[in-house]
Design a protein around this ligand. Structure first.
Ligand code: PMP
Length: 326
């Protein structure tokens, strides 16, 4: 679907997957005026295919659009585009064993010029790809790497938007993390280097020994994860509070050492919840939960959320969006 300054959104079409023409002077290629989303389609035991809170992805896409000077897309157009693609690709949603269809909606600025300004033409596209279980052979705790030198976001920047540029900034630190045997990189506030923002592609939670969850507040630097929001609500249903506030590496390190912080996990659409066993940095191992990870709350929240997504646990919050009964 195409947007132009004079006509708004028009020309929606479903076409076979393949290359798309891009003019070499297209603004997206030069200034990174691009945003995206990520969500999944799941098959329930009764055969229905569903998505999870797609209207939240639509809202977040529009928040990103505002920051990147791109046009907003009406929520119903977003949801309809996803629904139509999923219906067409329903055969790729086999069901069972955490099989899903990953959906990647994205918007690119697509006007040809070389001056630096917001484009007056954009395209919104959705592509899909089958996704297997993130972990093979059970949920595995991971080590993560604290990036002390390289930052992803700064105050007033694009940290809260889901735009390609944020990920471009996190590619090198992610490679450094992998070179140290870590699955993901943890970013801190670039001013203090201690206040935790988020991981390269996930939000972070700590669990206190009294069952309270602690997660960095939405401070304008981090992505408002839909998994994050869902877990805060599922925890509240169990009478567990979540402290959304500034969280520091020091607090995590000291709490893990004296037993007041008992679990840590990362969360996002791709892996739902990933238990964290260790935090490493230039100064060595900062936190080590060893074989205490994954913790009990980490596992039970993961089971509940995946149960709702796969239709084996009641959807009390009306999060599941039915796409087709095919
Ligand atoms: N932070 C970042 C930087 C991400 O890329 C993601 C994945 N979209 C998340 C957090 C988690 O967001 P969600 O739960 O909506 O997938």
């Amino acid at each position: 679907i195409v947007w132009t300054h004079d006509r708004g959104w028009h020309d929606a079409e479903l076409v076979p997957y393949g290359p798309i023409p891009i003019d070499p002077a297209s603004s997206v290629l030069h200034y990174g005026q691009e945003i995206f989303e990520g969500l999944k389609a799941y098959r329930h035991p009764n055969g229905e295919v569903v998505t999870f809170r797609p209207e939240e992805n639509a809202r977040r896409l529009n928040a990103s659009a505002r920051r990147l000077a791109l046009p907003e897309l009406p929520e119903e157009l977003f949801v309809r585009a996803i629904d139509e693609l999923v219906r067409l690709d329903a055969a790729w949603v086999p069901g069972g064993a955490e099989q899903s269809l990953y959906l990647r909606p994205f918007m690119i600025a697509d006007e040809s010029f070389l001056g630096v300004r917001a484009a007056e033409r954009a395209r919104f596209l959705v592509i899909a790809s089958p996704a297997g279980p993130y972990f093979t052979g059970g949920v595995k705790p991971v080590s993560i790497w604290l990036s002390q030198e390289l930052a992803r976001a700064g105050h007033g920047g694009t940290g809260a938007a889901k735009c390609g540029g944020n990920y471009a900034a996190s590619l090198l630190p992610t490679r450094v993390a992998q070179e140290h045997g870590c699955a993901q990189v943890l970013f801190t506030d670039s001013n203090t280097a201690d206040t935790i923002d988020e991981l390269g592609g996930m939000n972070l939670f700590l669990v206190r020994s009294d069952g309270t969850l602690i997660t960095p507040e939405l401070n304008g630097n981090i992505l408002a994860g839909i998994t994050r929001d869902s877990l805060i609500r599922l925890a509240a249903d169990r009478g567990l509070a979540t402290e959304e506030r500034a969280v520091t590496v020091t607090e995590w390190r000291e709490g893990a050492a004296d037993g007041t912080i008992t679990e840590a996990f990362a969360c996002g659409t791709a892996a739902v919840i990933t238990p964290i066993s260790r935090l490493l940095g230039e100064d060595g191992t900062l936190v080590d939960f060893g074989d205490r990870a994954p913790g009990a709350l980490t596992v039970s929240l993961r089971d509940e959320l995946t149960g709702i997504q796969f239709g084996t646990v009641p959807d009390r919050h009306g999060w599941v969006h039915r796409v087709s009964d095919a």
